[in-house]
Design a protein around this ligand. Structure first.
Ligand code: ZN
Length: 580
């Protein structure tokens, strides 16, 4: 096959021919930002060569920071639309330099992103892309047009009647939700996949009517479970498999179990807190495997599920040959991904809540895209370079339409110039991030709140004005809320709650109140975003491992659990012998 970018391909071929590798076929490099040494594995070099890019110049950690700094997930603002001038909820602060449209209009096809295109100039590519960023309108939220009745959500698709829901691929009646798929009628959950009628739970899969459960599968009608599988009617228990009527890790006859539950009133806030504290202790004492990986083969990292050959990964589901990535589901042969629900042969991309990508490089928020590079917010496009906001387009460069032949000639010239000035092979640089660093994903998880360092690397680390203002109407301090849900009347829906710990206001909404009443749970006293932030505390962007010994057999293991915090960590075989 004839090369479509012959000049670029020739230079890259020379680059690889001259590349000096060590005796194992890898190469040690020094991160351009942090100065840290990082090793490029031989299989990595094979991947970079296959997709036609030079070796990375940043360490895996700094590459992760750069991808995650592009998007704001959790901080929503009221701003006015550049289209209708009406107030809208947006993932951009009021002083944003970008034109922000309500996403329904943005996706309507009633404006033309090609109106903003221009022919490449002699400036650096990133300078030209920055110019295009300022010109092309952006949707207020990171989503597509599939959400119904779910305005106060972000980075989510296929939602119906959801509220405060983030990074979710589909769901119905979800309130205060993060990183979920296929769930319905739930409140306050993180990583709930196919969950129904669940509350305040994390890492729950195929669960029904579970409350305060963590790392559970196929469980129902249960409370305060940790690491349980296929359990029904269980309370405050850990490491159970195929059990029914267990109370505090002991079997009880059905009648006795029911009598015990009758004595407990989780609808009372203080009683609920007491059991929450007991659940914390239970989790500390529970037996743990060295990491959270599940049904994964030849993988390194944490929270890797149903995956194969994935390394330096964190939070991957159904992934194969995926390295240096965070938060990907259904990806194959891809490196350096940050969020996304399906793709193949992708590199250096941030694609929360999008699917169907193939050969997407150095791009953000692409859906159903093929063979594109350096694009942002494009849907159903192929063969595009440096474009923003396109739908159903091909052969465009910087939002300008070309014939197929002219497209490849233009791309060849651009890539040659970029390779020469060091831009090609790099994700968008810190100065092109469309939001201030402190609003980005990188500050939502552990490890990257090092603002001085971020500023040194070129990120905009200014403070952004507080998200919530004092609401109108009656305000009630969280501490003054009724202690028991049965004492809460409908006037609660008209009041705003002040969370004095986090200095933020929030409201209780009708679906939520009905849920608490139906299931007998107390009113929450912490702002919903802070409740979601607590769920994220178990994840680290950077995986730390500890050399320690299996508590049972003493064999040396590598674990993600700090020996100072968790005592009962077993090797895989002891865990399986004891628990499964
Ligand atoms: Zn062992």
């Amino acid at each position: 096959m004839n090369s479509k970018t012959p000049n670029f391909d020739k230079v890259l071929e020379d680059y690889y021919r001259e590349l000096k590798l060590n005796e194992n076929g890898g190469q040690w490099r020094t991160c351009r930002f942090s100065g840290e040494k990082f090793y490029v594995q031989p299989e990595d070099i094979g991947f970079y060569k296959r997709i036609g890019v030079p070796l990375p110049t940043l360490s895996p950690a700094e590459r992760l920071r750069r991808r995650g700094a592009y998007l704001n997930n959790y901080n929503l603002f009221k701003i006015s639309s550049a289209h209708s001038q009406k107030p809208i909820v947006a993932a951009y602060p009021p002083d944003t330099p970008y034109k922000i449209f309500e996403h329904k209009f943005w996706f309507s096809g009633k404006w033309n992103p090609l109106d903003y295109g221009f022919a490449p100039t002699g400036d650096s590519f990133f300078a030209q892309f920055g110019k295009l960023q300022k010109a092309v309108p952006r949707p207020n939220l990171i989503t597509d047009s599939t959400n119904i009745g779910s305005d106060y959500t972000n980075t989510s698709i296929n939602l119906r009647d959801c509220y405060f829901t983030f990074s979710t691929l589909s769901g119905e009646n979800l309130y205060y939700f993060d990183c979920c798929d296929s769930s319905k009628d739930c409140v306050d959950c993180e990583s709930a996949w196919n969950a129904t009628d669940c509350y305040h739970s994390q890492l729950v899969y195929d669960c029904y009517k579970c409350a305060v459960c963590e790392d559970c599968r196929n469980c129902l009608n249960s409370f305060f479970l940790f690491d349980c599988r296929d359990c029904d009617h269980c309370f405050m228990s850990s490491n159970l498999r195929h059990k029914k009527y267990y109370f505090m890790n002991r079997p009880l006859p059905k009648e006795e179990y029911e009598a015990e539950l009758k004595k407990i009133n989780l609808g009372n806030y203080l009683e609920f807190l007491k059991y929450l504290a007991q659940f914390d202790e239970l989790q500390k004492e529970a037996i743990r495997k060295p990491d959270h990986n599940f049904k994964s083969v030849n993988c390194s990292g944490d929270f890797i599920l149903n995956s194969k050959n994935c390394h330096a990964g964190n939070y991957l589901v159904d992934a194969e040959n995926v390295n240096y990535s965070f938060g990907l589901g259904y990806y194959k042969d891809s490196y350096d991904g940050f969020g996304g629900g399906g793709g193949e042969l992708c590199y250096e991309f941030t694609s929360i809540s999008t699917t169907g990508n193939y050969n997407v490089k150095f791009s953000v928020q692409m859906g159903e895209a093929r063979d594109v590079e350096y694009c942002d917010l494009c849907r159903n496009c192929h063969d595009c370079f440096g474009c923003i906001g396109l739908q159903n387009k091909s052969f465009c460069v910087l939002n300008k339409q070309y014939s197929e032949g002219d497209y490849w000639r233009t791309v060849d010239d651009l890539k040659m110039a970029m390779l020469k000035n060091g831009e090609y092979g790099e994700f968008f640089p810190p100065k092109l991030m469309p939001i201030p660093y402190k609003l980005s994903f990188m500050t939502a998880y552990n490890n990257f709140c090092d603002y001085e360092k971020a500023e040194r690397y070129g990120y905009d680390v200014r403070d952004v004005a507080a998200v919530s203002e004092k609401p109108e109407g009656e305000i009630i301090n969280a501490a003054d809320l009724p202690e028991d849900i049965k004492d809460v009347d409908d006037s609660m829906l008209k009041k705003a709650v002040f969370d004095d710990v986090n200095n933020r206001y929030f409201r209780i909404v009708p679906y939520e109140l009905a849920f608490y009443r139906r299931n007998s749970f107390p009113l929450p006293r912490i702002h919903p975003l802070q409740r979601l932030a607590r769920f994220r505390e178990i994840y680290d962007f950077l995986i730390h491992t500890y050399a320690r010994h299996c508590k049972k057999c003493g064999v040396a293991i590598v674990s993600v659990f700090d020996p100072k915090e968790y005592e009962s960590v077993y090797c895989e075989s002891c865990y399986n012998a004891e628990v499964v």
